[in-house]
Design a protein. Structure first.
Length: 739
């Protein structure tokens, strides 16, 4: 939009009503030059009362707040008159200065007040009650405030989010601008969190040469981080070199100089792994080496003296539960008595839960204090329900928190403050990546037992590594593979078909019975309409399953039967608008309404929650599912109920949530639902594979309905590929050398 097409509004900022540091969204009151006041909204980072502002934009009408000026961009200058300077200082923007102190400063220095505050703080000691130390603190706070604003405006002119300026300033203080000028690629560092594309565009605009070693080093780091997001712990140097050369358009021979910079700085580690020269990000290298070392130590530790009669424990459990332990399950207990590290793996219906209950009873008989944990809130809740014991997410168990200093996750429980337990049972271990496993192991005492439980054939972790699979493949740990499908489960075609899929056999889709149903819909739009009909009417009416207990899964976000389209359709069908009785708001083109099912899509350690029993805490984690309980337009906030934990969000924080009527199969890992409706229409080839289908099918406890094309199902069953993950854990576990 050109400037001449926008309206112009000039005035002085009277007050700032709301500011979101993540995206710079601001609501402020502007004293317009004609004597009126206007509400102005837009990306106006670090707006301060008393500033002069010119805004270009257009007038809009908000449903609740009336007429507003939506600013496309703005120009601001610091206040220059004594009255405006007083407004600025009295707003408590500067630490240590309130209305009374502001009045004294402006009364003594007038229009020069800000220059005194910036450059000559010693003059402030002329005011009673202001010591030289306090004056210098005020000056530092003022320079910090104006420094952040300058940084935000500089980055904002390049279309870069204000939150990155805040992180830069937090890391480098008053030197942030100089650091950015010297090396724009610090913008794409892990601590700052910008993209390589943002940093590269800024760098090239500032005259950085296309073959600069700084640019090459930043591109190498980008490739390594990007591939860690795809599950890799390292990249072979030749592949890393080729990918980086293609990314930035330089010859592969020129990459070496950038790699040397990273090696010298300790950012990466290069060493041989399984006949390739591997390049790791240094933190992933340290995590992999640590995990391999601890797991080997634990796997090799054997307890010589039995403190419990296993046979007696088994007989007691069989009598209490009316079951008979299979030989494989008995071996689980023998291993749990003798070994510090035990792995239990098996598909649906093979008795993993029975085995875990037996291990817990065994540990009780041995007098061991045992903790239970799982990677997600849904998985922890399910583990608790199945065992009758309290279970926690791994993040909550470890006391995960956000560190502003490093802009990363830290764990309160670690080598210095270990978990107080004698044994830990960790469920859904296929979801645990290398970094999280490192954190778990660091928090365990030297003699603490560890039981890893999971299904090795499910999707691997979203994060780097394939820890569970590599531990099993290596044979380093005592591993019990449960393969027998028990009689009480054999009537469920979900279980039988899941095992068929796992073996690469096409299930009989036309046998619509015993909880497993297929509905042929070759057209994606028709499939989407059928899915909506199943959730809205057919399953609640014909199967007695409420809509709230049905989860729609799909391999993809895109297309007519992907999560984005299905969530819009399902919201309209299951939670339609009710003007006057259901509040709602719009954010980023989506409607969020009271009653909507939503999922948290990133870890947020600062979000506070409380329960009706007045328990409280902080932290909502990626994958947590809840529903919107209330929307308050007056405060521009809404409340989400996560299994009784009430969490309040500002409207702008809706960016942390997705609607969850339909979710991807990847997001469903660790969860089990009474009924699953699976969209099986054509998607990107990289999503059409066996373990994804297997994971989707095994999410259903009672009923599974597949809607789509049987040829898509066949393609997935026949595609046994597992995306190769570069990780050295298997090799390190197999090695005779001390890692």
């Amino acid at each position: 939009m050109q400037e001449q097409q926008l309206e112009k509004l000039e005035g002085r900022i009277a007050s700032v009503i709301y500011f979101n540091e993540e995206n710079g969204y601001t609501v402020l009151r502007l004293a317009v030059d004609d004597g009126s006041y206007a509400m102005v909204v837009g990306c106006i980072p670090m707006a301060l009362p008393g500033e002069n502002m010119t805004a270009w934009g257009s007038w809009t009408r908000h449903a609740s707040y009336g007429e507003q000026f939506k600013a496309e961009y703005t120009e601001r200058t610091m206040p220059t008159s004594a009255d405006a300077i007083y407004d600025f200082l009295s707003s408590r923007t500067i630490s240590g200065i309130g209305p009374a102190t502001a009045s004294r400063i402006v009364g003594l220095f007038g229009d020069d007040s800000l220059e005194v505050l910036r450059s000559h703080p010693e003059k402030l000691t002329a005011i009673r009650g202001i010591s030289l130390e306090k004056a210098r603190q005020m000056s530092a706070a003022f320079r910090r405030q104006t420094g952040m604003r300058t940084l935000m405006e500089f980055l904002g002119s390049a279309g870069i989010a204000p939150v990155l300026a805040l992180r830069l300033y937090r890391l480098y203080g008053d030197d942030a601008m100089d650091m950015l000028e010297q090396n724009p690629y610090i913008l794409s560092s892990v601590q700052v969190g910008g993209t390589f594309a943002q940093a590269d565009a800024l760098a090239l605009s500032k005259g950085v040469e296309s073959d600069s070693p700084l640019r090459i080093a930043a591109a190498l780091l980008f490739e390594l981080r990007h591939n860690s997001d795809n599950g890799h712990c390292f990249l072979p140097v030749d592949k890393l070199t080729a990918a980086t050369a293609q990314l930035i358009g330089v010859d592969a021979e020129q990459i070496g100089e950038g790699l040397d910079i990273l090696l010298d700085g300790g950012d990466v580690v290069v060493e041989p792994v399984s006949n390739v020269t591997a390049c790791y990000l240094s933190d992933l290298y340290a995590a992999e080496v640590y995990v391999a070392h601890r797991l080997r130590q634990m796997a090799e530790h054997t307890y010589q003296t039995r403190t419990v009669n296993v046979q007696r424990v088994i007989e007691k459990l069989e009598g209490e539960q009316g079951i008979h332990f299979a030989p494989q399950q008995r071996r689980t207990l023998d291993a749990a008595v003798e070994k510090q590290l035990v792995v239990i793996t098996g598909g649906p219906g093979t008795g993993k839960t029975t085995s875990v209950r037996a291990v817990l009873a065994l540990f009780d008989a041995m007098g061991l204090e045992t903790l239970l944990a799982a990677p997600t809130g849904q998985a922890a809740k399910r583990l608790s329900e199945l065992t009758g014991r309290e279970a926690s997410t791994i993040h909550r168990m470890l006391g995960a928190a956000f560190s502003p200093e490093t802009d990363s996750t830290v764990f309160k429980k670690n080598e210095s403050d270990r978990l107080r337990c004698d044994a830990l049972v960790l469920d859904e271990c296929s979801m645990v990546d290398m970094s999280l496993m490192r954190a778990v192991l660091a928090a365990l005492g030297p003699s603490c037992r560890l039981v890893l439980v999971g299904d090795k054939d499910q999707l691997p972790s979203v994060g780097p590594g394939a820890v569970f699979r590599d531990v099993i493949r290596s044979g380093a740990a005592a591993t019990v593979r449960l393969t027998e499908i028990f009689r009480q489960k054999q009537t469920s075609r979900i279980v039988l078909c899941a095992h068929q899929i796992d073996r690469g056999e096409m299930p009989q889709l036309r046998e619509n019975k015993d909880g497993f149903y297929f509905m042929r819909r070759l057209d994606p739009d028709a499939a989407a309409q059928t899915i909506v009909s199943l959730c809205q009417e057919r399953l609640p009416k014909n199967m007695g399953i409420p809509s709230g207990q049905i989860q729609v899964l799909t391999p993809t976000r895109k297309g007519p039967a992907g999560t984005e389209a299905l969530n819009r359709l399902l919201q309209q069908a299951l939670n339609p608008p009710q003007p006057g009785s259901k509040q709602e708001f719009e954010f980023a083109g989506r409607i969020y309404r009271e009653g909507d099912r939503v999922m948290q899509i990133r870890n947020d350690y600062d979000l506070e929650w409380k329960t009706e029993s007045l328990e409280s805490g902080s932290g909502v984690f990626n994958g947590d599912i809840g529903y919107i309980r209330a929307v308050d337009p007056a405060s521009e906030s809404f409340t989400v109920d996560f299994d009784g934990r009430m969490t309040e969000y500002a409207f702008e924080q809706a960016a942390e949530l997705d609607h969850a009527w339909a979710t991807t199969v990847h997001k469903s890992q660790g969860s089990e639902y009474r009924a699953v409706v699976l969209s099986a229409v054509r998607a990107a080839p990289q999503l059409m594979y066996r373990s994804l289908l297997y994971t989707a099918v095994t999410r259903a406890a009672e009923l599974l309905v597949i809607v789509g094309d049987e040829q898509v199902v066949r393609t997935m069953v026949e595609n046994a590929r597992r995306a190769k993950r570069y990780s050295g854990l298997y090799a390190r576990l197999m090695s005779d050398e001390d890692t």
